[in-house]
Design a protein around this ligand. Structure first.
Ligand SMILES: Cc1cc2nc3c(=O)[nH]c(=O)nc-3n(C[C@H](O)[C@H](O)[C@H](O)COP(=O)(O)O)c2cc1C
Length: 196
C-alpha cells in the first residue's frame, strides 16, 4: 500500500486536544464516530486480549451520563467528606457541551495473562487512534481522566467489573476554529542512540 508519509507526519503533529468550550455545539456525524471506533479496534494488543471497551453517549445519552456521574460523585464524596458543590454541578452540566462522549474502559483478560500495565497500554493506543481519526476528519476531541474516572463505584455503569478499569472519557465535538499550535520539547532530549 502507498501511504502519503508526509501527510501522516503532518496529521500526527497537527493532532490537538480540543476542549468543549471550543466546540460549536454541532453534532458530529455518526459515520465519523464509527470510523474512530473502528480504528481504535486496530490498536496493537499483546496476546490479542483487545482490552478496550467503549460506551458511546450522544443525544439523550449525554443527559443520562450527566445524571449518573453527578450522583455517583455525590454519593462517593459525601461518604468520604470531599464533596464540592461546584464539581457536582460541573459533572451535571458539562457533558451536554459535547457532541459525543466515549467512556473508555479496560477489560482485563479473564486469565490475567498480562500485567495490567500492558492492557492499559493497549487501551491508550486505541485512544490515540481515535484522536488521530478525529483530526483527519477535522473533528475535535480530548481525553478527560478526571471526574469519576477513578471511582470504583462507577465501573459497573460502563459494563466493567472489579478487575477492570475505567480509563477516562473522550469528549468529541466540532471545533469552532482551526486547531491551536502544539508545544513539545525536542525529541532529541528524550532519545538515546546506541550505534556501536
Ligand atoms: C492519559 C491522559 C490523560 C489526560 N487527562 C486529561 C484530563 O483529565 N484533563 C485535561 O484537560 N486533559 C487531559 N489530557 C489531555 C492533555 O491535557 C493534552 O494531551 C495535553 O495538554 C497536550 O495537548 P495536545 O493533546 O493538544 O497535544 C490527558 C491526556 C492523556 C494522554
Amino acid at each position: 500500500m502507498n501511504f502519503n508519509a508526509e501527510e501522516i507526519n503532518e496529521l500526527m503533529r497537527a493532532r490537538r486536544s480540543v476542549y468543549p468550550k471550543d466546540y460549536t455545539g454541532a453534532v458530529v456525524p455518526e459515520y465519523i464516530i464509527n470510523q474512530m471506533l473502528e480504528n481504535a479496534n486496530w490498536a496493537p494488543t499483546h496476546k490479542f486480549t483487545e482490552p478496550w471497551r467503549f460506551t458511546v453517549f450522544s443525544g439523550g445519552g449525554l443527559t443520562k451520563l450527566a445524571a449518573f456521574q453527578s450522583e455517583c460523585y455525590k454519593q462517593v464524596t459525601e461518604a468520604n467528606g470531599t464533596f464540592q458543590q461546584d464539581r457536582y454541578v460541573a459533572l451535571q452540566t458539562k457533558p451536554l457541551e459535547s457532541s459525543h462522549i466515549i467512556a473508555i474502559g479496560m477489560k482485563r483478560d479473564a486469565a490475567n495473562r498480562l500485567p495490567e500495565w500492558e492492557e492499559l497500554g493497549a487501551v491508550f493506543c486505541a485512544v490515540q487512534n481515535m484522536y488521530l481519526t478525529a483530526t483527519a476528519y477535522n473533528v475535535g476531541c480530548y481525553l478527560s481522566t478526571g471526574g469519576i474516572t477513578n471511582f470504583e463505584a462507577a465501573r459497573s455503569f460502563f459494563g466493567l467489573g472489579s478487575n477492570d478499569k475505567l480509563c477516562g472519557f473522550l469528549h468529541v465535538g466540532v471545533p469552532k476554529d482551526t486547531l491551536p499550535p502544539g508545544k513539545r520539547k525536542p525529541v532529541a532530549d528524550k532519545v538515546t542512540w546506541v550505534n556501536a
